[in-house]
Design a protein around this ligand. Structure first.
Ligand SMILES: Nc1ncnc2c1ncn2[C@@H]1O[C@H](COP(=O)(O)OP(=O)(O)OP(=O)(O)O)[C@@H](O)[C@H]1O
Ligand SMILES: [Mg+2]
Length: 441
């Protein structure tokens, strides 16, 4: 039965949904509740298989904000669910712990942090400290006599050998200084060679596994590499469906299409715009989120987005001339990046021609904006990176969280109509110019 007949909300109901929406949509916090986790079925299966295979370890890597920590967070929960269905059941309970590395860590301090999450009570390890009267509790390091000394690879190997089935996630592995990071490679070799039943997962921002794990080539059999790609539209749609279920609200189809499409695979934006759109609907005291609520959501999201992103945009498009082309060219680049099927977002200058012609309402040539592309690669407007030779340069956004912002800003500032943007994105390249759309006034 529908909780809100006719989608109408009383003032109290609207206030409650306004607040609860902030618990369901978490644009700045990784997911830690498996009920709110969306998609990633392939990667989950790969990770669970790796945990169940003795001697196999994992590198999970992807761009900033793509969802690495959220996946790493739910893996222990999902493994527990899988284990509970196992016949025969496991002899011992698994220990699964996640720790964050940072630039001041060493191999030893990274493991100390992880080990200090584990307590030893009544001859069994457990995670999280729950004081029980009369029960003596020691940390794992105390139990193994590893206090006040640097942990070596052999120390860590010995501890892990005593925790069968355990899973250790080292998040933000890319921040660990290189010499310490390479000790992890040696550890993984040692664990694999002695067939210890444990899984080490290294998680970090990287485009390729080589960027994350030096010398990984010598341990290929022991290490499975899982790249985390931008989320698919249907996965982003599940984020909204989870919110519909939890909040008893409904997104109209075109409203959810627009949110997921503009997010460009970045779940942060689905959460941010989802939240602001639901709150816009609450203001109208309705539980049905329409495209008008989403437009409001975009306007507010442009204000609410991380300051570093808006600053990048402002610096890149700064001009004392109101008719300068910086903003339209950047918008056209974001469209070009979204339309190219390049896995790391490269686009060619020719891909910018159609979107820019749409934005400006007149046919343009590469020469109209080629200089802008070059300047976007310089320090002053530092927005794009490029690869290839001068006559065949390919460009891409340096920060993958920027293109959705550029698209949202383009629509909310009226540089392009959402309708025109949609048709540009969905039409096969080169066919959208049978009639030039009008530039919005
Ligand atoms: N599978 C998912 N389902 C629902 N929301 C997700 C999912 N993955 C990520 N998110 C959301 O996307 C945002 C970014 O996620 P997360 O922090 O996990 O990414 P990350 O790759 O670890 O980022 P960083 O590179 O900054 O460490 C968060 O708001 C998080 O709640
Ligand atoms: Mg993270």
């Amino acid at each position: 039965m529908k909780l809100y007949p006719d989608n109408h909300l009383s003032e109290d109901q609207a206030k409650l949904i306004h607040i609860q929406a902030g618990e369901v949509f978490t644009p700045r916090t990784p997911i830690s509740n498996s009920e709110l986790f969306a998609g990633r079925w392939t990667e989950i299966n790969q990770l669970v298989d790796a945990v169940n295979e003795v001697g196999l370890h994992v590198v999970l890597y992807g761009e900033r904000g793509v969802g690495k920590t959220s996946l790493a967070n739910v893996i222990p929960i999902l493994i527990e669910v899988f284990d509970s269905k196992r016949e025969p059941p496991r002899d011992s309970k698994r220990i699964a712990v996640r720790g964050n590395a940072n630039s001041t860590d060493t191999f030893s301090t990274a493991w100390e942090k992880v080990f200090d999450e584990i307590y030893w009570t009544e001859d069994a390890p457990s995670v999280g400290f729950r004081p029980t009267p009369g029960v003596r509790v020691v940390t794992l390091r105390e139990a193994y006599g590893l206090i006040n000394r640097e942990l070596t690879i052999e120390d860590v190997r010995r501890v892990l050998a005593g925790l069968p089935g355990s899973v250790f996630v080292i998040d933000e592995f890319d921040r660990l200084p290189k010499p310490h990071a390479s000790q992890f490679t040696d550890l993984i070799k040692a664990l694999a060679d002695s067939a210890i039943d444990t899984t080490v997962m290294l998680v970090g921002v990287a485009e390729t596994v080589d960027d994350l794990v030096r010398d990984h080539a010598s341990i290929p059999r022991a290490l499975i590499q899982i790249p985390l790609h931008p989320m698919k539209l249907k996965e982003l749609r599940i984020i909204l469906e989870n919110a519909e279920r939890k909040l008893q609200i409904t997104f109209e189809d075109d409203a959810s299409d627009r949110i997921t499409f503009m997010s460009q695979g970045r779940p942060h934006y689905t959460h941010l715009v989802g939240l602001l759109s639901v709150r816009a609907a609450c203001e109208r005291r309705v539980s049905l989120i329409t495209i008008a609520d989403v437009s409001k959501g975009f306007e507010q999201a442009v204000q609410a987005v991380d300051h570093t992103i808006s600053k990048l945009y402002d610096d890149a498009t700064y001009s004392s001339h109101s008719d300068a082309l910086w903003k339209p060219v950047l918008l056209a680049c974001a469209v070009a990046a979204a339309r190219e099927s390049d896995p790391i977002g490269y686009f060619s200058p020719s891909a910018v021609v159609e979107p820019l012609s749409t934005v400006l309402g007149r046919q343009v040539q590469i020469s109209t904006f080629n200089g802008h592309l070059g300047e976007f690669c310089e320090d002053k407007r530092s927005m794009l990176g490029r690869t290839g030779q001068p006559r065949g340069y390919r460009y891409r956004f340096r920060d993958p969280l920027v293109p959705p912002y550029v698209l949202m800003r383009g629509v909310s500032e009226g540089m392009i109509r959402a309708k025109d943007l949609n048709s540009l994105m969905h039409a096969p390249k080169s066919t959208v110019f049978s009639t030039l759309p009008q530039r919005p006034s």
